[in-house]
Structure formats: C-alpha cells, structure tokens
Design a protein around this ligand. Sequence first.
Ligand SMILES: [Zn+2]
Length: 414
Amino acid sequence: MNRQRLLNRFLQYVRIDTTANEQTSNYPSTPGQLELGRLLLEQLRELGLADAGQNAHGIVTATVPGNLPGAPPVVAFNAHVDTSPETTGAGVQPQVIENYSGGDLVLPGDPGKVISVAGCPELAACLGHTLITTDGTTLLGADDKAGLAIIMELAQHLLEHPEIPHGPVRLLFTCDEEIGRGTQHVDLEQLGATVCYTFDGGGANQIDHETFSADLAVVTVKGVNIHPSIAKDRMINAVRVAANLVDRLPRDLAPERTSGRAGFLHPYTVEGGVAQVVLRILLRDFETSRLAEHAEVIRRAATATERDFPGCTISVETRKQYRNMAEGLAREPRAVQYAIEAHQQLGRTAELTIVRGGTDGSQLTEKGLPTPNLSSGQHNIHSPLEWASLDEMFAACEVGVEIVRRWGADSRSP
Ligand SMILES: [Zn+2]
C-alpha cells in the first residue's frame, strides 16, 4: 500500500467542487460530480480495469477481476463523490500537517476557525499522524473523498499483488448521497455483488451495523381564511392550529433531548399560512415497530387539536423512508462477521457502532444488498473544521484488503 499515492489522490479529489444541490431535480445535482466521476473513470482505466464505466446518471463502476477458481462471492465497495451542501466545497485548499504533535489547529484562511482538542477529543488519538484540514473557509470533503481514495488505493494494491487471493471486487462510486439520492440509480442486478461495504464512517476501526428506521409524517392543517376585519367567529387560523399541535408533541421525544438508542419525533419544516399549513415531522427509532407508535402520538395530538379548534381539519400521512440496516444484515451475518475478522487479522479490535441516522448502506441493505459502513478517517464532517487522518485512511485500505481475502476464503456459494 502506498501512503503518498493515497494522499495525492485524496488531495486531487477534494479540489474538485462536488457540493450537492437539493434545489434541483437534476441527477447528479451538480456538474462537478460528473467531472470527478470522469477523473475516477480515467484513473480506473489507467489501472487496466477493462469494464470501468460511468453511466448516464454519473455513477462509476468497475471490477477488479478475481483470481480464484469457481464462483466466489462478489464483494463491492462504495463511496460517494458529492459533498454536503451545509458548507461550501468550492475552492477547497487542503492543508497537510505531517507528524501531528498535539494541540489545537488554527486554520490559516480564517484564524477564527480552530480545530481544538477540547472540541474534538479524537485529535488526541492521532498523535504522529498526517492530518489534512481545510483553510477554514470551506469543508474538506473527506466525507466521502476519503472513501474514494481508500477504494482506489485498495484496487491498485490488489492489482499489484496478485498473490492476495480474492474473488471479483466491484467498485461503486455514487452521487448525491448527501441529499438522500445516493442509491436512486444503483442497479443491484448489474452490480451483482453478494455484499457491499461503504467507506463513509468516522475515525478508525468502527463498523456501523445499525441505523435508524425512518418514516416521514406530513401533517396538513386546513383552516379557514377571511379578511381579519370580518374574521370574528369565522376565521380558523391554520398557523395557530399548527403551533398548538406542535406544542402537544412530547418535548422529551425530540432529537435535542435524546441520545443512544432512543428514538424521536422531529418537526423540521413548517410551510403555509392562515388557510393551510403543512408540517413535516421525522419519525426515527431503532425499533421499526415503534415508528407506528410515534405516528400514533402525532395522530392523538391532531385529534385533540381538532377538538380545540372546531372547523379545522388535520390529516396525518406517513411515508416510509428507510429501515434499520440490522434487519437486512441479519439475513447475511457474514457481512459484519468478516469485517470483524478482518480487523482481528490486523491485530485490531473492531467497534460495532450504531448510527442515529441513515446511510446509503441502509438503503442498499433494504434493497437486498447487505452493506455495513466502515471507518474512513473522516472527522468533523460537513463543517469548515472538517479534518481527516491519512493514517486512518491507510488503515481502512488494509481492512479492505483483509475483507476481500476473508470473502475469498469462503467456500460457500455466493
Ligand atoms: Zn458521507
């Protein structure tokens, strides 16, 4: 494995602006994602991967052919090319800090921006590492260009080391993950993998094996609008009705009051006026069955509110979003087990972690492709204080190699 090559690729990828844009229905949502995809395609072809391609949606795929007889399981690795719209990714100026010796990191483009040990205790575990930060004016985009660089280095390493026994390895680079569209155009049949791993997790040695299950409640409050001058006993103000409804939702069942395995209700947008207000409320829980209970809490609040505002109507419609990855992973226990063994093989202890959110892996797993998420050296994501550890990225490459070796040793049919 080649550290310098890994770093060079990473620095090359973060300089391309791939900020996702939720305001458009284009796919991918921004042209930079196509540009980075083209660069990856070019590099995959230089590696000699004959089937490398970029489809009409910008998704890049390629195969590192296996070197084992028979039909061993196909392992896929995924990372996303886009970056979060929460902080701009235009004009990223990566700063490389060799042999980090501890202490806070002042970012040169905006001295007000400091990555402090107090604010980010993971820094303390990275003494001696090569760290990459921004200059303080943009995000870095290690989420998920660290994943891209890891997978590219992993592919090149496998090609340079034919003595490592492995089945076919599929590479999958997706777009618009940050705006929830990452798996929209992924063709699982064409991918043809038994298992997939996303390199999109923080730090090192973590395996995200559980995510929230998620529904969205759309609450439509219909009032009666009339000019205020003649409104007495006639107007029913949907703004007041909606505010009353939100106030009835249990305050302890909120993201700002919960952690760990506790679920929540999260009213996050409100739109409308006197005649009609539409509220959107996220329902989240690790136990899928509890989503129905959360929806029931909203329905009860709606019924009580309707009673207090005669003449208004409130409808509550729930839509499925994604499901806890653990449900799908249970059907293919090797997916997590072999990742644990890969860490053991390297003398490391993997930590099984849960995500209070969803990943592309939760959607792929639900569609039938078991996809845990692995550490990739990212820290402080979506922020100008984002940073990455090259050492942790390198460690992730090593985990990837051991994972394909472990799957290659599997004698069962795919
Ligand atoms: Zn990501």
